[in-house]
Write a protein that binds this ligand. Structure first.
Ligand SMILES: Cc1cc2nc3c(=O)[nH]c(=O)nc-3n(C[C@H](O)[C@H](O)[C@H](O)COP(=O)(O)OP(=O)(O)OC[C@H]3O[C@@H](n4cnc5c(N)ncnc54)[C@H](O)[C@@H]3O)c2cc1C
Length: 373
């Protein structure tokens, strides 16, 4: 079961899984309304939109909130802290105050209140149940968009593992890596939200968390789990993608390539299954053998023959490989293992890494007595 039943998750509660974090911050109100505004103000709003500005922080002595302009019409979304019930007149008053026009003709389309909270489940999995999205982590809206995005990444991490275990290719132990890999990411985002000015007022004053780049948090997080062959290297929890160099546990980097005349990114190569990326032909036979032995299907992706680049050195630098190295990429595009150079027995090294990283069910060769699939 994937419990994606939102922040009040009945499934999480039924399992008795508690949550930790900064907790309930404040009750917020959202009002979606329509209001024509005077031409001079409309011209300023349109000019702002041209510059990519569609959201406004409202800071008045007696009113603070967040206002966003609707797309292509005269609608607005207003959000502000609010712990009381409001009738239609009071809602219209709030809209007028936010826009700053006392005679504004505001039509309320919808309104509701919701709790801004920061709570992370103490376990993301229990038995055959996996928490995902707000059921696993509720984070307050922030400019980094860590709510829905974090939930989408949860299932991106989980789906291929479930498919692999259900097909019999991988052992259920692979699913243990879901909590190990995703819960630290939720905590990283939790702590980053309170390190930023928007939520500084709610921060625990004893913490002194350095603020990371948004792109580091969204695309540069490091996964750690029993399935990742990382040699125990001490690395930061997140860096910008261009600051990584192909370390296991990081997202495989983007680089432009050409295949049969088509321009494509390295990222287009991943997401279908396990893949081995290398610019050394020695790995071709090794990858066939590793796939056969483990029962895990593995695509061999040779740079320089099928996949062309004029920047072979740039490829090696981005993936942290020497001339004869190879990088093993998981179905979710994360690097599971790499061999910086050519090992003495590439087939044995790759087979061992793939067996470990995929928690392969097959424990001996296809003809071996230990085959368990
Ligand atoms: C004002 C606001 C602004 C936000 N802005 C952003 C943003 O800009 N970027 C961003 O990334 N995130 C944003 N978020 C957060 C984002 O909305 C949530 O993180 C996201 O919706 C969580 O998705 P979810 O599927 O986990 O849960 P939900 O969206 O809560 O969906 C859970 C669903 O499960 C259903 N459900 C519950 N129980 C059961 C049951 N027993 N049986 C069947 N169905 C059930 C519910 O009805 C609901 O439809 C914002 C949130 C708020 C409140």
């Amino acid at each position: 079961v994937i419990a994606a039943d939102g922040h009040a998750s009945g499934i999480r509660q039924a399992l008795g899984i508690e949550r930790s974090g900064r907790g309930q911050l404040q009750t917020m109100r959202s009002i979606l309304f329509r209001a024509p505004i005077p031409d001079d103000l409309a011209a300023k709003v349109a000019a702002n939109r041209e510059r990519g500005i569609v959201q406004y922080s409202i800071e008045q002595p007696a009113f603070t909130g967040f206002l966003a302009r609707g797309l292509g019409d005269d609608s607005w979304l207003l959000m502000f802290p609010d712990d009381r019930d409001r009738d239609e007149d009071a809602l219209q008053d709030a809209a007028r105050t936010a826009i700053g026009i006392g005679a504004l003709d505001a039509t309320i389309i919808a309104t509701g209140r919701w709790d801004a909270s920061a709570l992370i489940a103490d376990r993301f999995a229990q038995g055959r149940v996996f928490l995902a999205g707000d059921a696993a982590h509720t984070l307050p809206p922030s400019r980094g968009g860590y709510g829905a995005n974090t939930g989408i990444e949860d299932v991106h991490n989980l789906a291929w593992k479930l498919a692999a275990v259900l097909s019999g290719a991988s052992r259920p132990a692979l699913l243990d890596t879901y909590d190990a890999e995703r819960r630290p990411v939720a905590w990283l985002r939790h702590d980053q939200i309170f390190a930023r000015p928007d939520y500084a007022a709610f921060a625990d004053t004893t913490t002194d968390t350095p603020i990371l780049d948004d792109v580091a948090i969204e695309l540069g997080q490091l996964y750690r789990s029993a399935a990742l062959c990382d040699n125990g290297a001490v690395l930061p929890a997140a860096l910008r993608p261009d600051q990584w160099a192909g370390q296991p546990g990081t997202r495989a980097p983007h680089m432009w390539l050409t295949r049969r005349g088509h321009h494509l990114s390295t990222l287009d190569l991943f997401g279908h299954g396990w893949a081995l990326l290398t610019d050394d032909e020695n790995w071709r036979e090794a990858s066939e053998l590793a796939a056969k032995t483990t029962g895990i299907s593995l695509e061999y992706l040779p740079i320089g023959t099928d996949l062309l680049t004029t920047e072979t050195q740039q490829f090696r630098t981005a993936f942290g490989l020497a001339e004869l190295g190879a990088s093993l990429i998981r179905p979710d595009g994360y690097i599971a293992w790499r061999s910086v150079d050519l090992p003495a027995d590439p087939a044995a090294a790759l087979t061992s890494a793939l067996r470990h990283a995929a928690a392969a069910s097959r424990t001996a060769g296809p003809e071996g007595k230990g085959a368990t699939r």
